[in-house]
Design a protein around this ligand. Structure first.
Ligand SMILES: Cc1ncc(COP(=O)(O)O)c(C=O)c1O
Length: 402
């Protein structure tokens, strides 16, 4: 049978990383591969009470169709949280989405014509690459510094070379996949450049609220003077990813269009999930909950960094995140981390090879490690095993040159 898929189906395949994650789901595997929050921190008991309260007090409304923009008390609570992070907004600026992944997809639908250019960090979030590819975008990658994020001189050069670029896609805090953070001066500079070259910024910020070391930094949107930053965030990393709640904060002109597109996608975000989350924030202190997450991730990140020092070959470079979920490791040139992945898996430990995070090609000597999802004991055991593989394989690196 001829399947008659649309042309764009050529650009969308099940992501390689998803395939990798399937293999790593075996219980005997110590997995640093996914990007999953620590499940033992989900507030299950509190949510039993909260769900009951929602069903008792507003059950019918929670199960009914609702407005596309989202549940007003939830949008109000989001505005309040964003205010303390440095973003002034009102509920008219906020649209609740089915995870921030939907916000990324709606952004693609709303802004990208075939062949449009997107400027992004190199590397960047794989599922955003896949979304933008599905709309036939071209990618211009901007290098990052280990400690300071996207290099502004290079960004300016790219803006000069690509005056029609649609937007800069940035993950300024504890970036996925690198764990790197854009420093303060560069946030201001990014806005200046965006104003000068009249380009939009898509600020994807799922991790900013999960800072466990260093000083708080205002989001890029905080410095936005012309309403050109579209800010995305989510409850996935501070509450639960399973409820699939994210949001867009942007000028109303943008929000109106997003609403129209969201209507065509799913009418509205899950009403029950929205009311559960709003009720949780009414009855409990979500900051207290986030503080618990930060304490656990700090311990796990510290353990993983110490293990890199102790067990990995000592000439590797790696990021030292102050928040978020990931550490990025660069192996010597010529080492293919896909091979390292295969060897690690034989020892029941998993990471993600870095190549798919580069939209235009590959930097095969990189890998991403997640520390949020495994206990400290499992981290130490898994890192020991990875260290053994790396020592062995780096000694044999002539075999790995590709
Ligand atoms: C950078 C980035 N953006 C967006 C998302 C999507 O998050 P969600 O759809 O769960 O809100 C993720 C998930 O890991 C992410 O890392």
């Amino acid at each position: 049978m001829e399947h008659k898929f649309a042309e764009r189906a050529r650009f969308v395949t099940s992501s390689e990383t998803r395939e990798i994650l399937k293999v790593t789901e075996r219980p005997e595997v110590i997995s640093f591969a996914g990007g999953l929050p620590a499940p033992e921190l989900f507030p299950v008991e509190a949510l039993k009470e909260v769900c009951n309260a929602v069903l008792n007090e507003e059950g019918a409304a929670a199960l009914q169709y609702s407005t596309t923009e989202g549940y007003i008390p939830l949008r109000e609570a989001i505005c309040q949280r964003m205010k303390s992070a440095g973003i002034d907004s009102s509920i008219e600026n906020v649209l609740i989405t089915s995870g921030s992944q939907q916000a990324i997809d709606l952004t693609g639908r709303l802004f990208i014509n075939e062949g449009d250019t997107i400027i992004c960090e190199s590397p960047t979030y794989l599922a955003a690459i896949n979304v933008f590819k599905s709309y036939n975008a071209k990618f211009v990658e901007v290098a990052m510094d280990d400690d300071d994020g996207m290099v502004m001189e290079e960004l300016e050069q790219m803006l000069r070379d690509h005056p029609d670029a649609k937007f800069i896609y940035t993950i300024p805090d504890f970036q996925n996949p690198t764990g790197r953070t854009l420093k303060l001066e560069r946030r201001k500079r990014m806005i200046e450049l965006a104003n000068q070259y009249d380009v939009l910024i898509l600020e994807d910020n799922p991790y900013g609220a999960v800072r466990f070391a260093g000083e708080e930094l205002p989001p890029v949107k905080h410095f936005d003077t012309e309403g050109r930053v579209i800010y995305l965030s989510t409850f996935s990393k501070i509450f639960t990813p399973g409820l699939r709640l994210g949001w867009i904060c942007a000028d109303e002109t943008f929000i109106d269009k997003y609403v129209a597109f969201k209507q065509t996608a799913d009418l509205h975000t899950d009403s029950f999930a929205q009311r559960i989350t709003a009720k949780y924030m009414e009855l409990y202190d979500i900051e207290e909950h986030i503080n618990k997450i930060k304490a656990v991730y700090k311990e796990r990140c510290t353990a993983m960094l110490s293990c890199i020092e102790e067990f990995f070959p000592n000439h590797l470079s790696y990021s030292k995140p102050e928040g978020g979920l990931f550490i990025w490791v660069e192996l010597p040139e010529g080492i293919d981390s896909a091979h390292i992945f295969t060897e690690c898996l034989k020892n029941n430990v998993a990471c993600v090879p870095g190549a798919p995070f580069f939209p235009n090609g590959t930097q095969k000597n990189t890998l991403r490690l997640n520390y949020s999802n495994m206990s400290k004991e499992r981290i130490i055991e898994g890192m020991k095993r990875m260290g053994e593989v790396l020592h062995r394989e780096l000694q044999n690196d002539s075999l790995l040159t590709v």
